[in-house]
Ligand binder design. Structure first.
Ligand code: NCD
Length: 309
C-alpha cells in the first residue's frame, strides 16, 4: 500500500515526488483500461460523498464519474441551499455526519482554509475541491497530467500563467507542481491580480526560474504552454474593480499566431471571455481534453487514498 493510503489531499506542496509520480502513473493506467473498454471494480462497496458549497460542473461531475467508473457509489450535496448549512450547522458537524455514511469525502467551500477544517473533523480521507481563493490540488494534478500528455514532459517547459493569479486557486496549487517537475514559469497579470507574495517567495526558495510581466503577447512568444484563468468575479469585494479588470487578457487567434509555434493553450474552465471561441479549432487548444483528464486523475486519487489501486 502506498504512503497515500488514508491521507487527505488538501494542497499540492505536501505531496512527495514519489507520490506525485504514483498519482500520474496510476491515472495513466486507469485511463488505458477505460479507453480499452475495460471495467474496473476497485471501489466496489465503497461510497464517495461530494459536498459542494460553491458552484461546480467539472470538478463534481468528474469526481462522481471517477467513482462510478471504479464501480463505487456516490452521494452528493450539489446545491448548498439544500444542506443544513443554511440552518446554521457548523462545517465540522456536517463533516462528522457525512463521515458516518461515506468512505471518502470531497469538499468545495467558499472559505480559504475550510478544507483543512473539514479534514480535521473526520478520520476518513478528505479531498479539497477548492477552498475559496486557497488551493485546488486535484485540478493542478490534472493540469500537469495534461501537460505531460500534450507535450510528453513537464521538465524544461516554459509555462505562462495568465489572468487572475491573486484569486485563482488552481494556479496557487499548480505552481508547486510545476516547480517540483522542473518547469520555468512566467506570471502574467494586471498589477492588482498578481500572484500572492508568499507563494512567489516559496517558489523562489530553491531557485525556481520565474518571470513576472503584464505583457501576454511577449510571454506567449517564449512559452510552450499558456495557462489562462478567469478573473474570479466572486472574490471581488468591490464589483466595480471587476468591471475594470475583466477582459484584461483575451487570447485570440491573432495572439496565437504570434506565439511560439505549437503553443499549448490550457484553461481550468469555466471560461468567460479570456479565450476567444475561434481558438477552439486550433489543435493546441487543450482545454476540453484537459477537462476530460480530470476523470483518470480523480480515479487514481480515490483508489490510492483508500488502498484500492
Ligand atoms: C476552477 C475553480 O473552481 O477554481 N474551476 C474548476 O474547478 N475547473 C476555475 C474557475 O472557477 O475559474
Amino acid at each position: 500500500m502506498s504512503t497515500l493510503f488514508g491521507r487527505d489531499i488538501l494542497r499540492t506542496d505536501t505531496l512527495s515526488n514519489e507520490e506525485l509520480k504514483l498519482i500520474l502513473s496510476t491515472a495513466a493506467r486507469f485511463e488505458d483500461v477505460t479507453r480499452a473498454g475495460g471495467r474496473l471494480r476497485n471501489m466496489e462497496g465503497r461510497l464517495l460523498a461530494t459536498l459542494f458549497f460553491e458552484p461546480s460542473t467539472r470538478t463534481r461531475l468528474s469526481f462522481e464519474t471517477a467513482m462510478l467508473r471504479l464501480g463505487g457509489q456516490v452521494i452528493s450535496v450539489a446545491d448548498p441551499k439544500t444542506s443544513s448549512a443554511v440552518k446554521g450547522e457548523s462545517l465540522a458537524d456536517s463533516m462528522r455526519t457525512v463521515e458516518g455514511y461515506a468512505d471518502v469525502i470531497v469538499i468545495r467551500h467558499p472559505q480559504k482554509g475550510s478544507a483543512q477544517e473539514a479534514a480535521d473533523a473526520v478520520a476518513v480521507p478528505v479531498i479539497n475541491a477548492g477552498d475559496g481563493a486557497g488551493q485546488h490540488p486535484t485540478q493542478a494534478l490534472l493540469d500537469v497530467y495534461t501537460m505531460q500528455k500534450e507535450k510528453g514532459k513537464v521538465d524544461g517547459l516554459t509555462v505562462a500563467l495568465a489572468g487572475d493569479l491573486k484569486n485563482g486557486r488552481t494556479v496557487h496549487s499548480l505552481v508547486y507542481l510545476l516547480k517540483r517537475l522542473g518547469a520555468r514559469m512566467i506570471f502574467v497579470s494586471p498589477a492588482e491580480l498578481e500572484m500572492p507574495p508568499e507563494i512567489v517567495t516559496d517558489l523562489k526558495t530553491g531557485g525556481t526560474d520565474i518571470q513576472i510581466t503584464s505583457d501576454l503577447a511577449a510571454a506567449m512568444r517564449s512559452s510552450d504552454v499558456v495557462y489562462v484563468t478567469r478573473i474570479q468575479r466572486e472574490r471581488f469585494e468591490d464589483p466595480s474593480r471587476y468591471e475594470c479588470l475583466k477582459g484584461s487578457y483575451v487570447v485570440d487567434m491573432a495572439l496565437v499566431c504570434q506565439a511560439k509555434p505549437g503553443i499549448t493553450i490550457m484553461h481550468p474552465l469555466p471560461r468567460v471571455d479570456e479565450i476567444a471561441t475561434e481558438v477552439d479549432a486550433y489543435e493546441g487548444a487543450a482545454y476540453f481534453r484537459q477537462a476530460a483528464n480530470g476523470v483518470p486523475i480523480r480515479m487514481a486519487l480515490l483508489a490510492l487514498l483508500t488502498g484500492r489501486e
